[in-house]
Design a protein. Sequence first.
Length: 229
Amino acid sequence: MVEIIAKKSNWNLYTSSIGDYHPGHRDDGEAKKLGLERAIAPGMWLASHIETFIPRDYYLSALNLVKFSGRVYDGDRIEIINGENNFKFLRDGKRVCSINGLISEQYKESPRQFEAPIFGYETAVSQEDVREFNNSIGSKKDYLLDMHLASLSAPALLEYGRKRGQLGIHRGQSFVKHEDFEVGPTDVLIDREESKGDREGNTLYSFQLQWVQGGYVIASGKSTVVSSG
């Protein structure tokens, strides 16, 4: 078990490193407009702390499911419990995030690139982004981490929602890596939007994702977002 203190100053480094400018993470006043008590920590920032458990000579090839089930605020004390291929993140004994199916093995074969994605997000990861991301989670590693790549889903979904006049909050994520990746230009493709209601009356949107570098699909996954406006 490892304990961390969630600090807004750290997750601001994270949001800067990946280009995630969701107002619910950065500004208390804007967060209140979304019905939040105050600014909340990005779920993928919290989940990215698993990188501190992964030895330097290991790599992450897949996450079957990252699920965000609670809000984390500046100053919250979080316990991270490492099980066999899974993690639990607890605040005051209650689960706020869980990760199931952490896999480190041979990459799975790359799927075909989406022929007609509903949205394409172009970004580029720099060495400075790598330093900011790693510092945000307290990692001493000096290279581009797998969770950094997975986290690029957040700004891609944010930009897709912005163009549609919608704003959402990440509810879940899966991630499968197919190829090695490197610092530089990266595209995140979004396809196959689906929606359904949950027990609280919210609308959940699910998307298929692909991460592309140099024309190759280097990772794929699925994201679920709950609409907040």
